[in-house]
Write a protein that binds this ligand. Structure first.
Ligand code: SF4
Ligand code: SF4
Length: 265
């Protein structure tokens, strides 16, 4: 009886040893992944989705795609981005224009909420990883280059207007003493109404972004509580509910942000 347990223990030990050696043997012949940094600086291959530093690509004419809408700033959970913009008049229409785009690399947590929210695809993450500097101030950078401007988009082709029939044209003529002498004065009123609408839309977008950010924090807190007490079904349910609400609010905020960007174009 004793002999039997001795031999079964011995075989089980040998089997376990062979299993371990099999893993060691396999790793001996697999491709090595150790990087010889910094010697391989020029040939170092980074993963496709590596997030190094936020950049604003410019084309050869020193143009970027940013319209200064500030949606990325609203989406950033820790105030890493500051968008300074001004209103300018282009072809008689008021338009926002980017002045300075400030990014604090020291605060960034690489969540990519900004790049995802940007309706223009104006910002992205560059695979830059040698970013060590001697002061925090050196991590604050301006992403739009000096004298750069927003890329001009070709104006959409206007649909051809069918000529009015003579009768309809006659009907549309102002009746003496009754009609307005000129249609031009209506334009400023339309402009101010549009501005008001835009301001309301932007306020709603900001509120939605704030709500989403607050709910995200609440969801994270609920998740932390649930993780601390894994047996508590009530906490788990509350965390799930908070997470679902946070996702819903984040989607709503993104939709608002898109609406603002569309309205600004
Ligand atoms: S990646 Fe996240 S933390 Fe960094 S700037 Fe964008 S939104 Fe802010
Ligand atoms: S969301 Fe995009 S277009 Fe708007 S300010 Fe940010 S980078 Fe510029």
């Amino acid at each position: 009886m004793e002999n039997k347990s001795y031999f079964s223990g011995l075989f089980s030990g040998i089997k376990s040893l062979c299993t371990g050696l099999k893993v060691t043997g396999r790793e001996l012949f697999t491709k090595k992944v150790t990087e010889r940094y910094p010697e391989n600086r020029k040939t170092n291959e980074l993963p496709e989705r590596f997030r190094g530093v936020l950049v604003m690509p410019h084309n050869e004419k020193n143009e970027h795609k940013c319209i200064g809408c500030g949606i990325c700033e609203m989406q950033c959970p820790n105030g890493t981005i500051k968008v300074e913009s001004e209103m300018v008049e282009v072809d008689g229409k008021k338009k926002k224009q980017l002045v300075r785009y400030i990014y604090d690399h020291g605060c960034c947590m690489y969540c990519m909420l900004c790049t995802r929210a940007c309706p223009q695809g104006a910002i992205t993450f560059a695979p830059e990883y040698e970013c060590a500097v001697f002061s925090r101030e050196a991590l604050i950078m301006q992403l739009n280059q000096p004298d750069s401007k927003c890329e001009e988009k070709p104006a959409p082709a206007k649909p051809a207007v069918a000529p009015k029939p003579a009768a309809a044209a006659a009907e549309s003529q102002p009746v003496a003493g009754n009609a307005t002498p000129d249609a031009a004065p209506a334009a400023p009123a339309a402009d101010s109404a549009a501005d008001e609408k835009m301001a309301k839309l932007m306020a709603a977008a900001k509120k939605a972004a704030d709500n989403a950010a607050a709910e995200k924090v609440a969801a994270e807190e609920a998740a932390a509580k649930a993780a601390a007490a894994p047996d508590d079904a009530e906490l788990k349910a509350a965390a799930e509910e908070a997470a679902a609400k946070a996702t819903k609010l984040a989607t709503a905020a993104e939709n608002f942000a898109k609406k603002v960007a569309e309205a600004q174009q």
